[in-house]
Design a protein around this ligand. Sequence first.
Ligand code: FAD
Length: 384
Amino acid sequence: MDLPSKANIVIIGGGVMGASIAYHLSARGNNKILLLEKEQFFGQGATGRCAGGVRYQFSTEINIRLSLKSLTMLERFEDEIGQSIDYRQCGYLILLTDQKDLDAFKHNVQLQHRLGVQTEWLGSEDIRELLPMMNLDDVLAGTYQPKDGLVDPNSVVMGYIKAAKRQGAEVFTGVEVTGIDVQNGRIMSVETSAGKINTPLVVNAAGPWAGLIGRMAGVEIPITPLRRQMLTTTPLPEIPTEFPFVIDFAQSLYFHREGEGLLTGMSNPDEKPGFDQEIDPAWELVHLEAAASRMPLLEEAGIISHWAGLYENTPDAHPIFGATPVEGYYVCAGFSGHGFMHGPVAGKIMGEIILDGHASIVDVSALDLARFEGGRLIREYNVI
Ligand SMILES: Cc1cc2nc3c(=O)[nH]c(=O)nc-3n(C[C@H](O)[C@H](O)[C@H](O)COP(=O)(O)OP(=O)(O)OC[C@H]3O[C@@H](n4cnc5c(N)ncnc54)[C@H](O)[C@@H]3O)c2cc1C
């Protein structure tokens, strides 16, 4: 491998964030940009294990604004990047069973309307008509946004990687960053499994591993890795092609059509932080029981595949963008289990922060690293 010994910018992590940052930086004519990924292929971390859901339905203005820009970029992706990404606008239907969620979601829908996102409020009868194959006895109401949907994560990552290469960025897999040299408060170089790279600028886009990469430079980045798992089923002909992405919010249980069957996942509220990506069989049983009770059809289905991945949670479930106390050290991570959809806009934001000193596409100044010490947390309610 011909790893350069010098670079203007080193990006650590080849998931959706690293790939999008490499594309957006190189699109602005920057040269000597290196993207390093420790695995043998790009997009094998959280990005490659995610559910591929993209949505406007958030509870904070900043997340809705990120979605407004990012989902538009996904709609234009094939024209801009030259890669099809299988964007299916099947809609997200969020089921509400808890009275306290009704008030929160009514407020969220009002906020979404104010920002131009026309999410619909549905009564329980409307939902029963839309989802006759589901057991909805306890459902009080729901929200539906027809433009939410699904996108193929691998196509987005590889689209950005190929486009970044065409623009002159150099990208490497199988290269693990093992250390970062900081002198007098400034980035000097990066140590890797394939040698040292002198550089004045590093972007930490290591997703669930971003806290470890932060510590290499003596920077505390509050990101907790948390295992989440899902499975896909054998074909279920009763599920129509236009079946939406259905979320049972109180149980953090979700379903969407995948091939001719379903993909379903459920978040374990008692999961302990850690880097374990093995399936937890006990939780899978709990999940299957809850899924079959909501969707009795599943009793007839077999499991085709199952896997686990890591959420990258911050204390307020919002990402961290921008500079750190070490000069030349930037972070773009901590998307807290809903970052795939914000990958396009996040790369553009990082390009603007690094090259212009601030982001213009969306004002993310409130999402800086310093907010945790300053106690300026903004909580997201719609975490699944
Ligand atoms: C089960 C599950 C379901 C999800 N569903 C959705 C969804 O439906 N919609 C949505 O928007 N989001 C979803 N997410 C969240 C989404 O996957 C993440 O927010 C997003 O992919 C984060 O991208 P990233 O590039 O920051 O991280 P990653 O994709 O994890 O990329 C980081 C990369 O850094 C590499 N790396 C780490 N350490 C080093 C090192 N020392 N040297 C070199 N490389 C290193 C890793 O190998 C990895 O490839 C889900 C996540 C999970 C786990």
